[in-house]
Design a protein around this ligand. Structure first.
Ligand SMILES: *Cc1c(COP(=O)(O)O)cnc(C)c1O
Length: 368
């Protein structure tokens, strides 16, 4: 089985084995050692000297934590959204009573740092900006470094959804000035779902002091204070900690830069072969195409459900459909976390064979 959806991702044997280990006391010495080791390695991976906190939740819980820990009801917030996950981050902020302005970009395009700068000039009262680094629903990676420069240049708090980028794509948190950056164990980390990992900058801690949003389970101060004693405030997903610990060990052994380079290779390879098949990438500009997930337009003559069913039933390859308004319009191939070269080639072979079975012929292609 070749699971090629953009999370949850397949797990290496070492990680599966680690996950199956017996329980320990989550308030004991062994868990404390694991928490300390995982946190230290995550800081290295995030390239931050600030705090990294682990919350038992999926990525969306991490996004909610960023809102409730740094903002107050009524705060003016700018949400930069380029797809379904940008909309979700905005919806969470809105549900908690922020005064939300949206900078919406057509799906398939990346956010323009100049447009962010202009929006902040037009709304100088803004206290925080929400942005998605890698928009998993459209296969677009935003130019986060430049967007961050615009946001930090204006002196605003920057909350980043890095759920499908941190770990697998370069995202140096301190260098770029990200105040809260959120990721999740089941995306680019070769680990199962269950943990959200969030970095918190000194500026975010300052915002936390004044933030009046209601919060209990996700309170960063509680998480930090327990972490100092090698614990979490609530019962953690112990098995996911084992798995993430083993995955980080592998990532460190491989080298974090090499891990990024593998994703860059996979992104290039998938785009190259997809174009050779006569298919069109969904991202409007290829330079913003993601190296963790590739979104591909479904040709008008092809039924995407049938295509995905053939790939799954005949070749054991599972890819993802489009979300929300992109359902039926695009397919998505995940290449984040753990994959071999052969996994990538087999996925592309299955796609080519399934297209052939359906009778798809790219415009202008000659019949063999
Ligand atoms: C997967 C994902 C999420 C949501 O994470 P869950 O773990 O499903 O809650 C949020 N943002 C992005 C960019 C994602 O890829």
């Amino acid at each position: 089985m070749n699971l090629r959806i953009p999370g949850p991702t397949p797990l290496p044997a070492e990680v599966l084995e680690a996950e199956a280990r017996p329980m320990v006391n989550h308030r004991g010495a062994e868990f404390a050692r694991i928490l300390e080791r995982v946190t230290a390695r995550l800081k290295e991976s995030f390239r931050t000297k600030g705090d990294v906190l682990l919350l038992t939740a999926s990525g969306s819980g991490g996004l909610e934590s960023a809102i409730v820990n740094t903002l107050s009801p009524g705060d003016p917030v700018l949400a930069v959204t380029v797809g379904a996950f940008g909309d979700r981050f905005a919806a969470i902020a809105e549900a908690y009573g922020t005064r939300l302005t949206r900078l919406e970009v057509p799906w398939g395009e990346a956010a323009d740092p100049e447009a962010v700068r202009a929006a902040l000039k037009k709304h100088p009262e803004t206290v925080a900006v929400l942005v998605t680094h890698n928009e998993t629903s459209t296969g677009v990676t935003n130019p986060l470094k430049e967007i961050a420069a615009a946001v930090k240049g204006a002196g605003k708090l920057l909350l980043v959804d890095g759920v499908s980028s941190l770990g697998s794509l370069p995202c140096p948190v301190d260098e770029w000035g990200l105040d809260v950056a959120v990721t999740a164990s089941q995306k680019g980390w070769m680990a199962p779902p269950g943990l959200a990992m969030v970095s918190v900058s000194p500026e975010a801690w300052k915002a936390h002091e004044k933030a009046k949003m209601p919060r209990v389970y996700f309170d960063y101060k509680e998480a930090r204070s327990y972490a100092e004693r090698g614990q979490t405030p609530w019962t953690p997903a112990v098995s996911v900690f084992y798995a993430l610990d083993a995955a980080l060990e592998m990532m460190v052994r491989q080298g974090l830069d090499n891990f990024h380079a593998r994703h860059a290779w996979a992104g290039d390879r998938v785009r190259q072969r997809v174009k050779e098949m006569g298919l069109q990438l969904f991202p409007a500009q290829e330079r913003y195409a993601s190296n963790t997930v590739t979104a591909i337009r479904v040709p008008a003559s092809v039924d995407d459900k049938r295509l995905r069913r053939i790939m799954l039933e005949r070749y054991g390859v599972e890819i993802a459909s489009g979300q929300e308004r992109l359902n039926g319009q695009i397919i998505r191939i995940g290449h984040m976390g753990f994959f071999t070269d052969a996994d990538i080639e087999a996925t592309l072979d299955a796609l080519a064979s399934a297209l052939n079975e359906i009778g798809f012929r790219p415009v202008g292609a000659s019949r063999a």
